[in-house]
Design a protein around this ligand. Sequence first.
Ligand SMILES: Nc1nc2c(ncn2[C@@H]2O[C@H](COP(=O)(O)OP(=O)(O)OP(=O)(O)O)[C@@H](O)[C@H]2O)c(=O)[nH]1
Length: 412
Amino acid sequence: MATSTEPVAIVCVGMAGSGKTTFMQRINAHLHSKKEPPYVVNLDPAVRNVPFESNIDIRDSVNYKEVMKQYNLGPNGGILTSLNLFATKIDQILTLLEKRTAPPPPPEEGAPPGSVKKQIKNIIVDTPGQIEVFVWSASGDILLGSLASSFPTVIAYIIDTPRSGSTSTFMSNMLYACSILYKTKLPMILVFNKTDVKDASFAKDWMTDFEAFQAALQVEEDGGGMGGADGTGAGFGQGSGYMGSLLHSMSLVLEEFYKHLRVVSVSSMTGDGIDDFFVAVQEKKDEFNRDYKPELERRRKQRDNEKEGKRQKELGKLLADLNMDNTSKGKGKPKPKPKKEEPETISDMEDAEDEDDEDGGLVEPDEEYEENDADEDEDGLKKRYQQALKDEGAPSADDFSFAKYLHSSNMG
Ligand SMILES: Nc1nc2c(ncn2[C@@H]2O[C@H](COP(=O)(O)OP(=O)(O)OP(=O)(O)O)[C@@H](O)[C@H]2O)c(=O)[nH]1
């Protein structure tokens, strides 16, 4: 059962330049000032300098430049492959996180009050600016999924407020956030950053008041511009009715999506709004435990059942290959192997080799196998197979003797 001391994982996601790293630095400093130092994880392999100390840094285990050189990749491929390599260590990472965030042992008698260790309550995670590389990759899935299966996990989507000033750039950002929410299926906080440059109240209004968004849209249409790259609304679309009606429809569609979000405005530069952000984290943590966790557990159970079904199927196939199933029971001899035609061409030969490979290296039982088999109890054999097919736990002594038995019968 969830407790309020249970650590929460905050994953910072956002477009390049939105201020993720500066925001990470700010919340890190904030937590330190509250004497609640967080556990810091950096998942951006391409970042040059991180202005804070990380407890786990992807760059310590994967050299992004080397990965690019070795696999002949571009920058995005390099980040993706680095994340893939890092994701293979997820078990070790989780073990470490669980160990570090566990409640400390009770203090020894007479220990000075300052020496008592505090439990880590926040894990903060920085991600690459190439959102799609992280959110839409298998490794991102593994990293986020594993984190969420161990800790309440919250996505902080960082938005560059000054660059979201026009209705179209604002809408693009919201659609991106929407896709992340549906892909990760984790609670999300929208963090409007850089509010020292531009106040985010306009964005809050647009999200809560449909009329306000429509009015802004009208002003932009009348002004003949539908949002330029600078976020000011100049230069793109030139007031085309198409853009206006698309944005209008989008705002209606997104109304439902907005209800699931918590919005905060902060300045990573000045520290404004950071307290608000942590209130939002607490709310979303409770929401995770209430709504998301049962769904996660349901999905995990479903996956386990599917895995078990597959395992049983494999077992059936294996026994059928060895002619150990009920249909062959009592018949004594395994089915004779059909005589293969001599290959006439190279491709025939390759096909024949492929067919052999499909057996997974298992050869048909021969006469000697059959003799050995007579002594072998079928049920016992099934059990041993089941044991061998289990993907967890160390192999038993039985497994080794059975492997030896299989090996010798194949060699015979
Ligand atoms: N004025 C202002 N500038 C900010 C704020 N937060 C970040 N910046 C600036 O925005 C720029 C980008 O910030 P970063 O923290 O490097 O952004 P990022 O999202 O980590 O960028 P990538 O690492 O490329 O993904 C830097 O020049 C920061 O100084 C803020 O709250 N206010």
